[in-house]
Design a protein around this ligand. Structure first.
Ligand SMILES: Cc1ncc(C[n+]2csc(CCOP(=O)(O)OP(=O)(O)O)c2C)c(N)n1
Length: 375
């Protein structure tokens, strides 16, 4: 169905979410219609964050907000749904619109398989009634469902539309760009040149895919890299856990700005623990490039200042390859935690591949490498 029709049927004037490639039509519609406007559309740091913003919207207006997200965000909403929205607590109504990655029977990447299996079950467990929208769902069916949903919402309950692949259509295109010149894949090639055989923990999305392809192109093993294909926002904490237990090995984390924002508390933990053997690289394109390029708020925040305030002994920002190479070389031999923010353009190769090893193989090879080669 057309996304405009879904929006009309739901009838809310406030949306908050974390972008998802399967909800690209909804995200693009919202960007074209509202852009980023705190009264109508907020792209939030994580899905729990969205849920709380939706609750605040309801407290202030008495109206019902829509939270949109990929199903991988269900984990992030469980706490605010169970202890804030639920009708045994504050009974705050919210409409969730959820992209269903990893739907059973539909081929998808490994990080989506289990989440796809439990998507509807988790909603049931959270007391959220759900309705699945497919390519052949009619507007009448959605309107009928919404009639029933209105009664539930009036009783302080939460409801969801679960969106199957290709179910929502939007004809307009949106172009996402910024003024930065460096391309993420080239940034990763420069990083790999300096890290050599040091282990890397890389973030969710295309950065990990590009790292995998870079290793293949260089005829290098993939054992050096832990690709955090799911669990967005947690790669720097994984790297922290590795770094403190392998004190004689330089451990690198390749992070994204969307991921950094999603669980930014990890920066405070990194600063507090300050592993001397870790480098935290944040590739900042100010966008959720992997899922379509929708903006994050990271273009307008000072990541270097945040890192310093969190206790990182060294933090720097670069916007060209010469400075990047210089900082990488410096970080390689430094005896303290370093953060390098790399200002990056929005975009990727159309023919970018996906890791050909399984997640389990990735873990086993990485662990074996850490055991044998790193102290
Ligand atoms: C909890 C969760 N929410 C949403 C997603 C969907 N998702 C995958 S990659 C991505 C964008 C990541 O943005 P950023 O870290 O800035 O990296 P970029 O894609 O720009 O390189 C999103 C939103 C996800 N994987 N997990």
């Amino acid at each position: 169905m057309k996304v405009e029709k879904l929006v009309e049927i739901i009838g809310s004037d406030f949306y908050t979410g974390v972008p998802d490639s399967q909800l690209k039509s909804l995200c693009n519609y919202l960007m074209n219609t509202y852009g980023i406007d705190s009264h109508h559309h907020i792209i939030a740091a994580n899905e729990g964050n969205c849920t709380a913003i939706a609750a605040g919207y309801h407290l202030a207006t008495g109206k019902v907000a829509v939270v949109y997200m990929q199903n991988s965000g269900e984990g992030n909403i469980i706490n605010p749904v169970a202890s804030l929205l639920n009708d045994k607590v504050y009974a705050i109504p919210v409409v969730f619109v959820i992209g269903w990655r990893g739907e059973p029977g539909i081929h998808d990447e490994p990080q989506h398989i289990y989440q796809g299996e439990v998507t509807i079950k988790l909603l049931d467990d959270m007391g959220i009634k759900s309705f699945v929208i497919s390519q052949d769902t009619t507007e009448e069916e959605v309107s009928e469902c919404m009639k029933e949903y209105r009664e539930l919402l009036a009783a302080g309950k939460d409801v969801a539309f679960v969106i199957r692949k290709g179910a929502l259509k939007y004809d307009e295109k949106v172009v996402y760009k910024n003024d930065n010149s460096m391309v993420r894949e080239e940034i990763i090639q420069h990083i790999v040149k300096v890290t050599g055989e040091d282990p890397i923990v890389s973030t969710t999305g295309k950065a990990s895919r590009e790292l995998f392809e870079t290793r293949t192109a260089n005829n290098q093993s993939h054992k050096y890299d832990f690709l955090t294909v799911g669990s967005m926002g947690h790669s720097s904490s994984i790297a922290l856990g590795v770094a403190v237990n392998k004190p004689d090995t330089k451990v690198w984390c390749v992070d994204g700005d969307g991921a950094l924002l999603m669980h930014m508390g990890s920066m405070a933990l990194l600063g507090a623990n300050s592993p001397e053997n870790m480098v935290h690289i944040v590739i900042n394109n100010g966008a959720h490039e992997t899922v379509g390029g929708m903006p994050t708020v990271a273009s307008n925040i000072d990541i270097v200042a945040i890192a310093r305030a969190c206790g990182y002994p060294y933090a720097v920002s670069v916007d060209n390859f010469e400075d990047l190479d210089k900082e990488l070389i410096k970080a390689k031999t430094a005896g303290h935690l370093s953060l390098i923010e790399v200002k990056c353009s929005i975009g990727a190769r159309d023919d970018l591949g996906r890791p050909t090893t399984t997640a389990l193989e990735n873990k086993e090879n990485f662990m074996e490498y850490l055991k044998e080669c790193c102290r």
